[in-house]
Design a protein around this ligand. Structure first.
Ligand code: CR1
Length: 829
């Protein structure tokens, strides 16, 4: 009732008898109501999908109640708010996550079972919301869950793509991409806000005008597109707080094209207007480089401009002095993708609010924080200047001005070191001039974060060394984390129950450090027995899935060894496959007596290759070719299987991770900024076979190297090894397996040639050859450990017990305190 009064309000309270109730009967009534009136089916005849829709709408109603209360509460308290700007959110499914966070899963299950439906079956009906590529996007989703759970006054902003990440179809072992029509069957999890829309301008020219006696720049746009808001409620766990993820969709703008209508070309005028929708049509499927594409720049600006208009409007509802803006607003740049927002905010303050340059700049510098997710300097975004000038002419002027001031400041500090000045400049000179989006973000943000300690070291000593020397105080790091709500509670209910039983509390679900108490029971035979049962149940589920997807029957006694992530050379799925070939070759050449000692393995690989990345696609094909050979070799039987899981996504991960024994995170040291998949496996008690890269270094500290299988060159050794690479011969075993591929042992000889070339003849950039021996040793150590079931189980328990530090709750608390300066704002119960 807070904030409202009057007779009308009283009447409304009379009519509404409190919140929706969560007992099974109330839920049943709601479900049937939605079957009849929302889905418009008869309540006497509806199928699983319709039941899923009705259930989702019933859950959504509950989310909306909390959403309203939370927003009202934030409005009343007016705390400093965080706005998380990200072009990608990989949310996955919403139903399973929402019922857990609302605490109504059991009630829903009971309600449904009386209606003749099974909750689990309905939850499977939902498609993934895949509005992102990989690590960065899933991290955003985990962080949203933590922001809500920890009661932070935060909102996410992004784009509502019509087509999310492509579906991966495998035909004859080759990847094919198909569009993901995720909205075709409706999306009950979003709320369309037709009344929340903003015009976003593009192209055109800049004029100078005199307003109130002052000279001002006026941007006359050449095109205007409307941004319409779609809200996605994000419920916290164990709290009523429900925050918002606002995604923008592009719609043609009203009335601006009168001219074309008047000329009589009615049909064409409408067709042209419709083109506006292209902006939010499709997610770029590359997860590393997006260099200089007009549509990409338009997407970035579109979502940033709409978000900032929304944020500034909200601020102005309560405040009239812009100097207070930094006390009320923190703007987080998730990588450089939203970095145009620093310029856009400058433009709004200068040209629309008519503040002075100095005042505007002061504000901008206090609100933005920047997190980078990459290690490679060449992966940093650049936008060609002429493209900028065409699409955003006014913004380019502002960038020049920012850069000019920055260069002057820099010259004062470092003198006329032109080489360094040009390295640090926001504008890259050369044949094609570019805007360096990372430099822009660093100059305009008050904090720059890496995503693990190792990553931050690389930023300071290599990628952004010049900036670190200039502003050491700006640089921080926040090791990534994942949410235990989705990655244990939702995806592994049996493990969740076991943990709560042994810890005698469910508090670990929001206070994850409590997991460390599992250590006390790690050797307890009773716990171990239950632990193994849980693993077995999950392996059965996974085995069934594998059989359905690939037709391969796998033995539950085998060690399930998994590598699932985007396919990239640096992530070294090729190394994994070469290791499998080596294993196969060894088994083939063994005496019968030795075969009996072999630890059976099921090697599982899954992931999407960026559509234009030839080598990554060849790795997928190689996996299939090798699998074909091994899986059909009767000599090998259950001793070794290789399977590729197609169309890897969040919901597939929820199934695969709990069912794995071992997981691989084997990037060449110095290439993975953090890695978050490893954290999900860790939480689920899977042992890690990994290089000391990214966040693995910190995982080692928590779990102990003795409970993991660590191998390979260290970060500081990699550069030297690379220098020597061309002169050193790769180990014999390595050359042998590469030769098998080269010689066509698995077929497709010509096709695999260029893949083999990437690791031979002095060109093994990612050092597969040089790490091969220690990789095999780590694999052998895993085999030995697996034979000792008690030891393995203990290591598994210790992995879960040590995973608390890798919760996104910890990451978010850290950001809130050290980067954003925000405090919880909890809705009273
Ligand atoms: C990094 O490659 C990191 C995630 C989240 C990825 C990975 O190491 O864990 O970000 N980068 O910080 C990415 O997805 C588009 O770039």
């Amino acid at each position: 009732k807070a904030g409202f009064s009057g007779a009308k309000t009283e009447r409304m309270f009379e009519l509404m008898d409190g919140f929706l109730k969560n007992d099974p009967v109330s839920l049943q009534k709601d479900i049937l109501h939605h079957v009849e009136y929302t889905v418009a089916r008869s309540r006497f005849s509806f199928d699983d999908f319709e039941a899923y829709q009705a259930l989702s709408h019933s859950v959504r109603d509950r989310l909306i109640e909390r959403w309203h209360d939370t927003q009202q509460h934030f409005k009343k308290k007016d705390p400093k708010r965080l706005y998380f700007l990200s072009l990608e959110f990989l949310m996955g499914r919403s139903l399973s996550n929402s019922v857990i966070n609302l605490g109504i899963k059991d009630q829903c299950a009971e309600a449904l079972s009386q209606l003749g439906f099974e909750y689990e079956v309905l939850a499977e009906q939902e498609g993934d919301a895949a509005l992102g590529n990989g690590g960065l996007a899933r991290l955003s989703a985990c962080q949203m869950d933590s922001l809500a759970t920890l009661d932070f006054p935060a909102w996410g902003y992004g784009l509502r793509y019509q087509y999310g990440l492509f579906r991966q179809i495998i035909i004859d072992g080759f990847q094919h991409e198909q569009p993901d029509y995720w909205l075709n069957f409706g999306n009950p999890w979003e709320i369309e806000r037709v009344h929340v829309s903003y015009p976003v301008k593009f192209y055109g020219s800049v004029k100078e005008e005199v307003v109130n006696g002052k000279k001002c720049k006026v941007w006359i746009p050449g095109e205007t597109v409307e941004a319409v808001a779609y809200d996605n409620p994000i419920p916290g766990y164990g709290t009523r707080n429900t925050i918002n993820l606002r995604l923008w969709a592009a719609k043609p703008s009203e009335g601006l094209d009168i001219e074309s209508y008047n000329t009589g070309d009615y049909i064409n005028a409408i067709v042209n207007r419709q083109k506006a929708e292209i902006i939010s049509n499709v997610l770029y499927p590359d997860d590393r480089s997006y260099q200089g594409k007009e549509l990409r720049l338009k997407q970035q600006y579109f979502f940033v401009s709409a978000s900032l208009q929304d944020i500034v409007r909200r601020f102005k509802d309560m405040h009239n002095n812009f100097d207070e803006f930094p006390d009320k607003v923190a703007l987080q740049l998730n990588d450089t993708h939203p970095s145009i927002s620093v310029v856009e905010l400058m433009r709004m303050l200068l040209d629309e609010e008519h503040l002075s340059w100095k005042r505007s700049w002061n504000i901008v510098c206090k609100v933005f924080t920047f997190t980078t997710h990459t290690v490679l300097p060449e992966a940093l975004e650049k936008v060609p200047m002429d493209l900028f000038e065409t699409v955003l002419p006014r913004h380019l002027q502002i960038i020049y001005d920012i850069n000019f001031a920055f260069m002057e400041e820099l010259k004062n500090k470092i003198g006329k070191d032109y080489v360094r000045l040009s390295r640090m400049s926001i504008v890259e000179e050369g044949a094609v001039k570019n805007i360096r989006m990372a430099n822009l973000s660093i100059v305009c943000s008050h904090t720059v974060n890496g995503v693990s300690r190792a990553h931050s070291e690389l930023l300071k000593t290599r990628v952004f060394m010049d900036f670190y020397e200039l502003w050491p105080e700006k640089f921080q790091y926040k090791t990534n984390g994942v949410t235990q709500r989705r990655w244990i509670v939702v995806s592994n209910p049996s493990l969740c129950a076991l943990i709560s039983k042994w810890l005698r509390t469910e508090s670990w679900i929001h206070d994850v450090d409590l997991l460390t108490h599992l250590k006390n029971h790690a050797s307890n035979p009773e716990l171990q027995h239950e632990w193994k049962m849980v693993k077995k149940i999950n392996k059965m589920r996974l085995a069934e899935y594998i059989e359905t997807m690939s037709g391969v029957k796998v033995s539950l006694d085998a060690m399930f060894d998994v590598q699932i992530k985007r396919i990239h050379e640096y992530k070294r799925q090729f190394l994994n496959i070469l290791g499998v070939i080596h294993r196969y070759d060894c088994i083939k050449n063994m005496e019968e007596s030795d075969r009996r000692k072999v630890v059976p393995r099921v090697c599982i690989i899954g992931g999407k290759a960026p559509p234009g990345y030839e080598i990554a696609k060849k790795i997928i094909k190689l996996c299939h070719a090798v699998a074909e050979k091994i899986n059909n070799d009767t000599d090998i039987g259950d001793l070794l299987k290789l399977v590729f899981i197609p169309d890897y996504n969040v919901s597939v991960a929820e199934l695969v991770i709990p069912g794995s024994d071992l997981s691989q995170h084997i990037s060449t040291a110095g290439h993975e900024a953090s890695g978050t998949g490893s954290m999900k496996f860790l939480m689920n008690g899977c042992l890690l076979l990994a290089t000391a890269d990214g966040s693995t270094n910190e995982i080692i500290e928590e779990i102990g190297a003795e409970n993991m299988f660590i191998f390979g060159a260290k970060m500081n050794e990699v550069p030297k090894l690379r220098e020597k690479e061309s002169t050193i011969k790769a180990p014999l075993q390595f050359r042998r397996v590469v030769r098998m591929v080269r010689d066509g042992y698995f077929g497709f000889k010509d096709y695999f040639k260029s893949l083999c070339d990437t690791v031979e003849n002095g060109k093994d950039f990612y050092l597969l050859g040089s790490d091969f021996t220690s990789y095999l040793e780590a694999q052998a150590a895993a085999d030995r450990a697996y034979v000792d079931k008690e030891k393995w189980c203990k290591m598994s328990v210790l992995s879960t017990a040590g995973s608390g530090r890798f919760s996104s709750d910890r990451t978010i608390e850290d950001y809130a305190e050290k980067t954003w300066g925000i405090k919880p704002c909890k809705l009273p119960l």
